[in-house]
Design a protein around this ligand. Structure first.
Ligand code: ADP
Ligand code: MG
Length: 626
């Protein structure tokens, strides 16, 4: 018998493929099962178009048999089979797909489920086998043929015996090497787990003889082993089922089975899209933050399937970072199975799906916010920070998408409010959206800087997350209202006294303020009389781009110690303390210096900033006590 050579380019391709396309050996089984499934699809299609044929559902299945002793793994199907010519054509020429041709010849729409179209999957059998034997009998043919190959050397085809229509693929599994254990591809448990992992949703039963135990008939305390044929795959994927048939528990079970999380999802989103791109997806919004969520170990992504066959466990390109908490699966018939991660990144279909999913998640979150506020607050507690990062990152390019999903604690409502709610109840004369930043709601509540804004009856949003102020700086405004920190230089509020009065205050006390500034040297940019203080003697405000809160955050990061906000020391000239200060200024230079330092340090403490020299500070306090 003559050994035919693979076409020259095939030879190179085979080498290339075996070593590079497939990073995991185990996928050979996925490829062979997918081919079997395609072959059954084809015979099914024939019965639809040929009246002389009937399709009896029970007759169509895939069977896997492992023969450990002889190191043989057999994958059989009752599909359409291959003629001698087809064996030659489809298995002799790499990158030639009989399935793609079938699709074209029969003018099958994209919606049709046939998986193969690349013409390389079959050769992945050489990842685990030395010899591959294919025994096939085609529909409408009386003879069966045997195709056999030991890899790059080429292949033989000869007539053989086979009773029924279909194909057997027989792999002679490689011997173990020092680095690699090939025995596992003959192991029942390993095989079932590979099938479950990649081929759980193949629509035809994948059968295997499974070893089980039952109480022995002679001795009830003993167990004896027996084998029974089981269907290993669950066949119909939940995402292909009709939404109406599924209960909340079904989705929750799926969530648990997939180990998406230990919590119960707050919401599931079941999507079926038919259009420019077709796909099914089930997405989950978790309730609790995974323990590693805010660390670099957390890996975002959705499971990606092509026609019910797993391509990738975590396809990161399907989710933007700000929705990285979403888990779930996507199945599209528009994606090819044998696609690498690199190619996938540039795949147009995938990009469309990703965009679609992004908008869907956004609208779903918005609807939870609108219809189930309590749930949304639970969600926001877990993942709100991620949304705020989303506003801040990528130069703010996602702010329009995300701004309506934000919430902050409100000074007035004493609970979380949205920006829209804030805007909707703003008094007419209020120009800005006010916020105050600090460590906790309690601490912010006591900030002297909030007094004037609060007294005016304006609502203040409390920023307690590191990222808050950075995100808001990126946002700049919401519905044409600018954000304003209660510590910023100009609050845009007319106080009872007319505008000029504080200028006169400043003028009148100018000399004194100038001296205070000199005492504090470069620690403050300016000393002024305050428009915002009522009961407190001092506070800090800031002038430039960088706020005091931001200074704290940035200086907590390595290498950023030198970043400083431009601080203004504001003095409440109506406070009794100011009178003492004035008196000291006129009479006792040392006392004046002492007071100035004390007031400055107090202002630092109120802001939650550290005092440069705490010992000196306490000594100073002692000085005024004795
Ligand atoms: P693809 O599945 O992408 O077309 P493969 O290399 O996996 O590429 O398979 C090549 C071709 O061999 C298939 O298109 C199909 O025509 C044929 N083939 C492979 N396995 C079988 C099978 N079990 N039954 C019938 N035909 C098969
Ligand atoms: Mg294939």
């Amino acid at each position: 018998m003559e050994t035919k050579q693979f076409k020259a380019e095939s030879k190179r391709l085979l080498d290339l493929m075996i070593n590079s396309i497939y990073t995991h050996r185990e996928i050979f089984l996925r490829e062979l099962i997918s081919n079997s499934s395609d072959a059954i699809d084809k015979i099914y299609y024939k019965t639809l178009t040929d009246d002389s044929l009937v399709f009896e559902k029970e007759d169509y299945y895939i069977k896997i048999v492992a023969d450990k002793e002889n190191r043989l793994l057999k994958i059989s199907d009752t599909g359409i089979g291959m003629t001698k010519e087809e064996l030659d054509d489809n298995l002799g020429v790499i990158a030639k797909s009989g399935s793609l041709n079938f699709k074209k010849e029969n003018d099958l729409k994209d919606g049709y489920d046939i998986i193969g179209q690349f013409g390389v999957g079959f050769y992945s059998s050489f990842l685990v086998a030395d010899t591959v034997t294919v025994i096939s009998k085609a529909l409408g043919c009386n003879e069966a043929y045997k195709w056999e190959s030991k890899g790059v050397d080429g292949y033989t085809i000869e007539p053989c015996e086979k009773d029924s229509i279909g194909t057997d693929i027989i792999l002679k599994i490689k011997e173990n090497t020092e680095d690699e254990n090939f025995d596992e591809y003959l192991d029942e448990h390993r095989l079932t787990s590979i099938i479950k992992k990649y081929s759980d949703f193949i629509r035809y039963p994948i059968k295997m003889d499974i070893t089980k135990e039952k109480p022995s008939s002679d001795d009830e305390n003993k167990y004896e082993k027996y084998t029974e044929e089981d269907t290993v795959n669950s066949m119909v994927p939940i995402w292909r089922k009709n939404k109406q048939e599924l209960t909340k528990e079904d989705y929750e079970n799926f969530y648990a089975e997939k180990h998406y999380g230990f919590d119960k999802p707050i919401k599931h989103i079941h999507i079926s899209v038919d259009g420019a791109v077709s796909y099914n997806a089930i997405l989950f919004i978790p309730e609790k933050t995974p323990y590693d969520f805010y660390t670099k170990d957390y890996e975002k992504g959705l499971e990606l399937y092509s026609n019910g066959v797993l391509i990738m466990n975590k396809c990161a390109d399907l989710l933007p970072d700000y929705f990285s908490f979403v888990t779930g699966i996507v199945d599209s018939e528009d994606l090819s199975l044998n696609i690498s991660r690199e190619i996938l990144q540039h795949d147009r279909q995938l990009k469309l799906i990703a965009k679609n999913i992004k908008n869907k998640i956004k609208s779903e979150l918005q609807s939870i916010l609108k219809n189930d506020r309590e749930k949304y607050e639970v969600f926001y507690e877990s993942f709100g920070r991620q949304l705020k990062y989303g506003i801040y990152s990528e130069f703010g390019s996602n702010k329009d998408l995300l701004q309506d999903l934000l919430m902050f604690y409100s000074s007035k409502e004493k609970k979380m409010v949205t920006l829209d709610e804030y805007i909707s109840r703003m008094p007419e004369d209020q120009k800005y959206i006010y916020y105050a930043a600090g460590e906790s709601n309690d601490r912010i509540e006591k900030l002297p800087q909030t007094e004037v804004v609060s007294d005016k009856g304006y609502e203040i949003l409390y920023f307690t997350d590191d990222v808050d102020e950075f995100a808001i700086r990126m946002l700049m405004s919401y519905k044409e209202k600018e954000f304003k920190s209660v510590s910023s230089g100009d609050l845009g509020i007319d106080t009872e006294k007319d505008e000029n009065s504080s200028d006169t205050d400043n003028k009148e006390n100018n000399e004194l303020f100038q001296h205070m500034k000199n005492v504090l040297s470069d620690k403050v940019k300016d000393v002024r009389s305050s428009k915002r203080l009522k009961n407190h003697p001092v506070c800090l405000s800031n002038d430039g781009e960088l706020s005091i809160e931001m200074e704290k955050i940035l200086s907590a990061m390595p290498n950023n110690e030198t970043i400083k906000a431009d601080k203004i020391l504001e003095i409440n000239i109506n406070h009794d303390v100011f009178k003492s200060l004035k008196e000291a200024y006129d009479k006792d230079k040392n006392k004046f210096d002492l007071y100035t330092n004390l007031l400055y340090n107090q202002a630092l403490l109120i802001e939650g900033l550290t005092i440069n020299d705490p010992v000196e500070f306490t000594n100073n306090i002692c000085k005024i006590m004795v």
